[in-house]
Every structure is written in structure tokens, then in C-alpha cells.
Design a protein around this ligand. Structure first.
Ligand code: HPA
Ligand code: ZN
Length: 379
């Protein structure tokens, strides 16, 4: 398409990418061999080879069908170095597509259940994030842990306690000072890792299976996270250090009503996917009025049969209604497309104008969760 060179050159922000979903079959088998992880070959010969796995990925029938493979895949991630390798591979691909700022999700509960500490996961991801800034043209990133809807809500509550204790920057300043002092003391005694993880995580998300799991179930858990968060208007310095930002997947397989529930009951400041909004004029009107960003993932929607084609993703409807959205890859290694392919697929299907793209890029920068100074540079 004649606009593709322009699309490649656009400065991009990615807001919806699960780092475990960037695990390629090649890296999956490499890490399985290195870490001695047995894949369920007997149960499903999709894990017999990279080719077989790619072929299976091309036939997902639903979100849950995909999630089954996604959770098995991530079992090969064992050490901080594995997470660093994984994230670094993503950052390099994103940089090649002119991504200047990325907000990436990960699923702590799965790793905790496998006996891997949150500190190891975050240490690895954080190392990659810092390396990306140093080695990939100053690219910035934020790390956002997601709660998993298919697990008991109490499990989410325990994770949020851990996040408040040691990973989010915001919250009670007194307690924060104490934590810093404790961390410095620990560093003095040789435990250097204790210093670096407070502030490493920027917010909270909610993902996994959606059907019959309304956001209201996580109301109290999000309330705990909100109690910890600071608004940038009130405390700009703390915000710069990484206030807790709240988002949630809603309106992917679930109804538009779940978007409203995520906004009202969770205090979500952004909605991941949210394509079901197009079915409800009142929800559309609200998203436009409150300028709530939808992090839309067109190729994912087709792969998981949320829509029949990229044409059916309501891009034009959102543009016409002034509902802000960004275009993202979700789980690029599983859906066969990184951010660039998603931009191009939207262009092929919707034949947007240069002005439309200017709107999309401006909104994705403006509604990023980096600070304003960074937004100036990204532009
Ligand atoms: N939806 C819900 N959960 C997920 C997704 C998704 O698209 N990707 C990874 N976890
Ligand atoms: Zn997602």
C-alpha cells in the first residue's frame, strides 16, 4: 500500500503487549531444552516442532483456546535471564518498527504458581527495559503486572499486597521512605537487588478469560491498588517516579457493559481491547467525553475470532465518534504480527487518510503513561 512507508516511519507507542505473548516457538524450544522443561508432547503433538506449533497457532478458535497454549508456553521461562532475553527480543523488534515507548504486560501469578519469585521476573524485565533505553535510541518502557481472571480473586489480592510492599513507587510517603531506608541497609549488607525494584512496576492490569467473569469481582482488589496510587495532579514528583496506573481488559469477548463496570468499579483509566464499545452508543459517548484510551489489537481480534476480519474491527466508528484508541499487537508471537503488521492490516482494511493516522498517533502519544517531557521527545 502507498501509505506503508509512512506507517513504518510513524513514531509509535505500544500499550497492549503481553511479554509472554512475544515468546516465539524458536525461543520456546530453546529455553525448554536449556531449562529441562518437558512440554506436553504426549497430550497434544502441537509441541512436536516449531512448524507444528506455528500451525496450531494459526487455528485458535477462542480466547481460552489461545490461553491454553500461552500458559504452557511460558512454563519454559525460569530465570531472570530468561525474562531479560524474552523482553529484549521484543524491544529489538519494536525498535525496528519505530516504537519509541512501550507499556508491556506480564502475568506474575502464573510464574509465582510455578515457584518463580516475583523479584526474579521483575529483575529480568527491568534489566531489559534499562538496556533498551541505553541501546535502542532511548526507547522507554513501563512494566505492568496483570491479574488473571481465571484464578481465584483472593490470589489477585495476594499479588496486590506484594506489589504494594515492594514494587510500586506511589503510595504512603512515610512507608516509602522506610522502604528506601530498609533497602539501603540491605544493600549495605550485600543484597543489592533490594534497592532496585521499588518503582520498577508502573500499574495494574486485568486479563485472561473474560466470559462470565465481570470486572466487579475485582472491585476490592483494585480499591487496594488505588489506595496506593497517587494522582499526578496531586503529587507530581511521586507520579514521575511511577504512580500506580490502572487498566483492565474489557469488551474483548465480553459485552460493552464490562467496559462500564471496569471504569465504574475498578477505576480503570484505560480499557484494553474494548472493541465491544461499538455496540453501545452510550458507552461510545462516555469514552469520547472522558477520553478513555482503548488499546485495540486488530490481528489478535481476528485470530481469536472476536471479529471475522480486520475490516470488522470498528476503527472507523471509533475515529468518527472521537473515541481515542491505539493499535497494538497483544501477543505478537502467537498471532503472527507485531505492531507494524497491525498498523498495515488496519490500513489495508480501512483505507485511512493521513489525517486519520495523525489522530491515531497523537492520541497514542498523548494518552501514554510516560511523563509529559517524554511525550515531547516521542513526538
Ligand atoms: N485477552 C485476555 N487475556 C490475555 C490476552 C488477551 O487478549 N492476551 C494475553 N492474555
Ligand atoms: Zn491482551
Amino acid at each position: 500500500h502507498k501509505l506503508h512507508p509512512l506507517l513504518a516511519a510513524l513514531p509509535k507507542c505500544e500499550h497492549h503487549m503481553h511479554v509472554e505473548g512475544s515468546l516465539s516457538p524458536e525461543l520456546l524450544f530453546e529455553l525448554a531444552a536449556r531449562n529441562g522443561v518437558t512440554l506436553p508432547v504426549a497430550e497434544d503433538d502441537s509441541f512436536a516442532s516449531t512448524e507444528a506449533l506455528y500451525a496450531r497457532y494459526a487455528r485458535f478458535t477462542s480466547l481460552d483456546d489461545f490461553l491454553h497454549y500461552y500458559y504452557i508456553g511460558m512454563s519454559v521461562l525460569q530465570t531472570a535471564a530468561d525474562f531479560e532475553t524474552l523482553a529484549m527480543e521484543y524491544f529489538k523488534k519494536a525498535h525496528a518498527a519505530n516504537v519509541r515507548h512501550a507499556e508491556i504486560f506480564f502475568d506474575p501469578q502464573v510464574h509465582l504458581a510455578r515457584g518463580i519469585s516475583l523479584a526474579d521476573v521483575v529483575r529480568g524485565l527491568r534489566a531489559a527495559s534499562l538496556r533498551a533505553t541505553a541501546e535502542l535510541g532511548g526507547m522507554t518502557s513501563l512494566l505492568i503486572p496483570c491479574l488473571l481472571r481465571h484464578l481465584p480473586v483472593a490470589d489477585s489480592g495476594e499479588l496486590v499486597s506484594q506489589l504494594r510492599e515492594g514494587y510500586w513507587a506511589g503510595g504512603d510517603e512515610q512507608k516509602q521512605e522506610e522502604t528506601v531506608v530498609n533497602a539501603l541497609e540491605a544493600a549495605f549488607e550485600g543484597d543489592k537487588d533490594a534497592v532496585s525494584l521499588r518503582g520498577a512496576l508502573a500499574g495494574l492490569g486485568l486479563c485472561s478469560s473474560e466470559r462470565d467473569l465481570p470486572p466487579t469481582l475485582w472491585r476490592e482488589v483494585y480499591q487496594e491498588a488505588r489506595r496506593h496510587s497517587v494522582s499526578s495532579a496531586e503529587k507530581p514528583t511521586l507520579a514521575r517516579r511511577g504512580a500506580t496506573r490502572l487498566t483492565a481488559h474489557a469488551g474483548e469477548e465480553g459485552p460493552a457493559e464490562y467496559i462500564t463496570l471496569a471504569l465504574d468499579h475498578l477505576g480503570a483509566q484505560r480499557i484494553d481491547h474494548g472493541v465491544a464499545a461499538a455496540t453501545d452508543p452510550a458507552v461510545m459517548e462516555r469514552l469520547a467525553r472522558e477520553q478513555i484510551l482503548l488499546t485495540v489489537c486488530p490481528i489478535s481480534n481476528v485470530c481469536l475470532r472476536v471479529t471475522k476480519s480486520v475490516k470488522e474491527v470498528p476503527i472507523r466508528t471509533f475515529l468518527d465518534a472521537n473515541v481515542p484508541f491505539s493499535i497494538n499487537s497483544d501477543d505478537p508471537a502467537y498471532f503472527g504480527g507485531y505492531i507494524q503488521e497491525n498498523y498495515c492490516a488496519v490500513q489495508e482494511a480501512h483505507d485511512l487518510s493521513v489525517d486519520d493516522w495523525a489522530t491515531i498517533v497523537r492520541n497514542s502519544i498523548r494518552l501514554s503513561w510516560c511523563d509529559d517531557a517524554r511525550k515531547q521527545v516521542v513526538l
